[in-house]
Design a protein around this ligand. Sequence first.
Ligand SMILES: Cc1cc2nc3c(=O)[nH]c(=O)nc-3n(C[C@H](O)[C@H](O)[C@H](O)COP(=O)(O)OP(=O)(O)OC[C@H]3O[C@@H](n4cnc5c(N)ncnc54)[C@H](O)[C@@H]3O)c2cc1C
Length: 464
Amino acid sequence: MTEIVIVGAGPAGVAAGVTAARAGAQVTLIDEYDRAGGQYFKQPAGSSAAKNFPPLLADNIQKGQDLLAGLSHPNINFLHNTLVWNVTPDRKLSLYSPDGSDELQAQRLIIAGGAYERVMPFPGWTLPGVMTVGGAQLLLKGQAMLAGRRLLLAGTGPLLQLAGVQLLEAGAEIAAIVEIQKPKTLLPYAFKFWRHWDKVGEGVKNQWRLKKAGTPIKFGHTVTRALGEQEVEGAVIARVDDTGQPLAGTEETLDVDTVCLNFGFVPATQLTQLAGCEHRFDSRYGCLVAVANQHMETSQAGIFAVGETRGIGGVDVALLEGRMAGLAAAQQLGYSSDETEQNRQDTLRAWQKARAVVETLGAMFAVKPGLCALATDDVPVCRCEEVTAGEVRAAVRTGVTHLNGLKPWTRVGMGRCQSRICGPIIAQIVAREAALDVKSVGSFTVRPPVKPIPLSAVKDPKGF
Ligand SMILES: Cc1cc2nc3c(=O)[nH]c(=O)nc-3n(C[C@H](O)[C@H](O)[C@H](O)COP(=O)(O)OP(=O)(O)OC[C@H]3O[C@@H](n4cnc5c(N)ncnc54)[C@H](O)[C@@H]3O)c2cc1C
């Protein structure tokens, strides 16, 4: 039996692992990716040094390397290229790696699975050249490659501007950044950033860099169409109304070869759901988040949820929650740390402060229901099973208003992505068509395997 198993080697999982190992616990850290770091501290392939990257990325990669140095602790066993495809409430994990399949029984389990990017379908969104902002960042950080020559960044939230600066520094041309929120909806939140001057400073610096490069930032706009036959050859943007619905007659065509989308994030809760942990619906993000107490322990004793799985929080929150969970899990096993009560109180206060910032950001950049209008009836919304928005709407008109009910009617959510990508989109479309709130249309039931694995990896197909 392994003392502490941590799923996810992003900032939250690494912080948890290093803290627990330093307290004396034996830790197994697992990630499906080949390198630790997660989304924010994604590390370059091979031996590329941080200094080979432009300043903003170099700083990010270096900070990641400082954190990851802690993984050399002798109490940490890091299993990379290893997918956790099932978890049971009694903390038994099913693993799959190129070396084969395995099972692990954990005394304590910390789930730090991160988040996915939310996209919104529109005509042309399946063309090569349309990708997520994170996909473009991944190419840049992981492979030192630019996603395209002339890019449009579209969606909502601070990542658009940050990624815009990173791409500019790497030599990309940014035709525009289009943000669906309008200044009049963002400004009332300004006073909430009082005392969070570091965050304000970052935002102002990014805007200044974009302005200096002549990159237009169009608030109250969205992408409405990607143009081209075989790949992206242009994109249409338009102004939106207060619900996020595009306004006819305001369209503008841009000459771009790449469209990068980010309409916020959706926490990865597949594993916490399989483990039977309690979840709550977060209306700003329009999805479920795992519920946990201030030690990060979920409703299932001995199972902890940290970082984005517990609600979108960004890197500072992920690091703090990781430390808190690592310490609590180690203490439950009888290990003690040299952390003083004063340190503990400071960490708690820092966490409350960091969470307060992201609560505000969540409210500022909440999902806009009118964006569903982008997915006209002929647009595929479930790419794996090739189901169009029109087929989903037709099913809703026959009275199917729960996501699980849509499966036998349309096959949505039954493909390779297992609704990770399409689930949040379809929930919005169903809610709008049925005039319900998103919470009441429910969510797709999660079943193992959470990601595709070969059948040979299933040890007991009868019990599966
Ligand atoms: C594309 C993208 C860009 C972002 N950019 C920023 C940014 O610029 N600034 C910011 O503050 N925040 C950013 N975020 C938010 C970011 O997720 C957090 O800041 C931070 O990385 C969260 O840390 P985490 O450890 O919770 O999750 P992550 O960093 O996402 O790490 C989760 C890890 O879990 C692994 N994993 C997941 N499921 C499994 C499984 N079943 N089996 C094995 N391994 C698994 C993943 O491979 C990943 O390495 C971004 C998020 C995304 C998705």
